[in-house]
Ligand binder design. Sequence first.
Ligand SMILES: Nc1nc2c(c(=O)[nH]1)N[C@H]1C(S)=C(S)[C@@H](COP(=O)(O)O)O[C@H]1N2
Ligand SMILES: [Mo]
Length: 191
Amino acid sequence: MTTIRNALLAALAAFWLAACGGPPADVEIDGPVILTVAGAGLPSEEPPAYEGLYAAYGIETGQARAFTRRDLASLRWRQIRTDFPAGGAQRVFEGPRLSDVLGEAGLADRAVVLTAFDGYQAEVEADLIARHEPILALRADGEPLATGGLGPLMLVWPRGERGALAGMSDDLWPWGIFAISPGEAPDAAQE
Ligand SMILES: Nc1nc2c(c(=O)[nH]1)N[C@H]1C(S)=C(S)[C@@H](COP(=O)(O)O)O[C@H]1N2
Ligand SMILES: [Mo]
């Protein structure tokens, strides 16, 4: 019975999202975790096992909040039209705000470190997140970001829409993101 109810709820959610111009409804229902937020104030009941790249990069999963594509699609999405790499062609990136994802994980207003498959890490101050509301993009120009390309997730800033970010370099634009951890500085005021 619960299975049928869940299927109905999923269908309703997909319809609602399509009707309201939210994220695309063609997300997998039972897809794998694509993002793990370590040290979460609101951890998942069954966080991912500490193995693979989590272990290779020392990302503790014990208190982690795990997100599937569907979990991320259930948040409000924002579109950002911008160039990447800097000065390159414009694309329309789409995904939830980083601040909303952190809020879901119980890490609102924290500095965070985003880790990518290749070990690249970008630390972003809380203040910068609050001021510019970057997104964790899952799609560009309507297509999901490919694993091995810029996907599954990439941090995208409204460079080009905001004078303050004009000329921003690509350092804080990690692609291939799979994990986020609390940063060193809880907020900019304490630095
Ligand atoms: N995962 C990952 N993201 C990254 C990087 C990287 O090495 N790995 N380099 C950053 C920098 S400094 C730039 S200029 C752009 C483009 O990097 P690339 O030329 O290595 O693709 O991606 C940014 N995001
Ligand atoms: Mo760079």
